[in-house]
Design a protein around this ligand. Sequence first.
Ligand code: NAP
Ligand code: ZN
Ligand code: ZN
Length: 346
Amino acid sequence: MQSRGYAVLAAKADLVPYQFERRELGDQDVAFDIAFSGICHSDIHQAREEWGSALFPMVPGHEIVGKVTAVGSAVSKFQIGDTIGVGVFIDSCRECDYCKQGLQQYCAQGMTGTYNGYERDGKTIAFGGYSDNYVINQNYAVKVPTNLELSGVAPLMCAGITLYSPLKHWNAGPGKRVGIIGLGGLGHMGLKFAKALGAHTTVFSHSPQKEADAKAMGADDFVVTKDPANLKALASSFDLILNTVSADLNIELYLNLLKVDATLVVIGLPSNPYSVSAGTLLSKRRSLAGSMIGGIPELQEMIDFCGEHNILSEVEVISADYINQAYDRTVASDVKYRFVIDASTF
Ligand code: NAP
Ligand code: ZN
Ligand code: ZN
């Protein structure tokens, strides 16, 4: 299948128009025309080799939504015309305990990423969603409720699930005080979900100008992190804190905000390690944890939850020729609150 998209041809290079081939439709496959593709900060980390050596040419994009155009002979989950979503992985071993539990993101053999790697055959480069069409095994895609505006759905496929999953896992809800560090693509979805789940929600941001938006999206409190005194005043008062910051951060300051037995979850993935002192953890039996996206059953649960509660990402829709500027603006924390590419412009 012929595809038209945008690719990075070498580390740190600008994205340029790129034509390539996707596999033909297999028995279990679904083909679709992409409507929108979100820009996640992980795309930028990988295109710029901030996580180590990457595979080029790279067609990034793992927040993909569109309309089904063809289904393979053994497909039962989708019909032509359905709205479909694809996220951060496109396959996994399907046999390990984690895959069987629907936790494909933690597959014992490693999930097959949507890009920056090879498909399960070990030789075909996986090309992501910055393109006009897609082919995927039916079991690695989800059905999108028809009542949701599609541009705001695309970011749910990564930013949405990545915050929904830890909020559910650590039982965010009524009576719980939840903090979200960083109001970017991931953070603003965490805010919306924490609010919808009934938790008291505080946004920690190094961008004071985001306060009005945070409050409009449901934040009970907004804390400007540039002044450490603002953090000190909140010592030992949170049940759960989710760190979505893409850059280096002193997480020690935030561990101090956890109550006894509370948890700080690392979600942002900067290049450098965090520094943590043992005393901060053990003095209050605090936990430092991590969380990565979510499996296919939870992805479907999250998108259905969004359909029921009418939850969408706040997006700035751009055309393909604006991707490079969008990358720079994202790195500068100048995104409201996710860039989404209109795939008709590829
Ligand atoms: P994003 O839209 O760029 O948001 C990151 C936010 O972090 C910014 O909006 C900003 O919020 C804050 N920030 C940025 N630079 C900062 C600095 N120097 N100091 C303090 N705060 C800073 O990025 P994203 O797409 O949400 O992704 C966030 C991170 O999560 C990335 O590292 C990404 O790779 C990672 N990620 C992880 C997973 C997972 O499964 N765990 C999945 C997807 C992405 P304020 O302006 O409000 O301070
Ligand atoms: Zn992502
Ligand atoms: Zn597996």
